[in-house]
Design a protein around this ligand. Sequence first.
Ligand code: ATP
Ligand code: MG
Length: 414
Amino acid sequence: MTAEVVSVGTELLMGQTLDTHSSTLGRLLAEHGIACHRRTTVDDNLSRIEGVLREALERCDLVLTVGGLGPTADDLTRDAIAAALGEPLEPVPHIEMRLREYFASRGIDWNRAIARQALKPRGAETIDNPNGTAPGLHARKDGKTVVALPGPRGEFGPMVEGPLRAILESLAGGETIRSRTLRICGLGESQVEAALGEIMASEDPVVAPYAHPGEVHLRITARGASAEEAESVIEPVERQIREILGANVFGRDDQTLETVVLGLLRERSARVATAESLTGGGLSARLTGIPGASDVFAGGVVAYSAALKESLLGIDADVLQAESPVSEAVARAMAEGARSRLGAEYGLGLTGNAGPTADAGRKPVGQVWVACAGPGGTWATSHRFVGGREDVRTRAAQAALVLLRQMLLSEAER
Ligand code: ATP
Ligand code: MG
């Protein structure tokens, strides 16, 4: 089974909208073991969309389109699919009725543009769109399948997760697909791939890496006649990966790093406090984003200026005088200050230059120090992150959580 993705929209070609939907579809196809050979982006032009669809249909079994299903003159995907399949468009009575009710209830007169959304190529089925007006399309002809999905995020997402998954599962032979995501910290995507070697090339289960700021997710996907059968294919590979990557695997599926760290603190009846500079409270926001954080997160301070670092965290004026604000000494003093001043067993300190320009101390952009103070001493790590200001700040918070987790795990070993 081979597939192609066709995204439709002049705004995509002009760089006004980033084509994230194609990536989503690429991942989904890979998960279902369907090889995606090409992605095409085409502007809102009927004959060009039709041409792209014809070519794609000659080459592969399944074509997924995104966008261009709406009511406006530049929404031409429906017409292009009908033309490429050589089928006329015909109205779908139940969709038309729903649209008539919807627009009447809003006092909008019925018009030709709206009516177009109730059309489908002969022989095709519509896919319900509870979050918008234009339905999706599912057309089959001569062994080929075309699925058309709406562009708006709130319509695309639910249609992909529900109906499209079901279509792909049935195309994949009625088998059940199961997947599990292992979350990894402390290693980059290429390090993970290198460490896992052959495993990454496995076809059953499929193992696919996804890079996120400061972590890598490995999605292990298997198919089987039943869920149990698919799980039994995933399990030995998951075990193998865990053996190789060890403590770098911090969680599974939707377990975030902050959830895991808070869980470790809870097991130890310990609390953490934060002293943040470049992250401006971003780390505290992540920790307080987890329900029930209050029993293990004491609180934090945003100490941006040297004066506040001194008054709120009790950092020695001498240290602040002698050292750049972005330094190991200041990060350590911030962590220790958070721990003692805020009364927690663990303190985290974060300082760095998020850019875009080098700071007064001429620390390079992306230079970050994070420190973790605990009952057994203080640890600090230095980082040089690449990326924009937000990337650096996200990665700094991530690095602090990684460091705290390392300390908590190493204490457990002793
Ligand atoms: P509508 O009924 O709103 O016209 P549509 O199905 O015709 O929906 P488009 O008009 O092509 O979809 O796109 C609507 C919006 O959806 C775009 O402005 C954009 O924000 C988003 N969008 C469309 N295609 C993509 C894509 N490939 N990746 C990410 N976002 C997209
Ligand atoms: Mg549109």
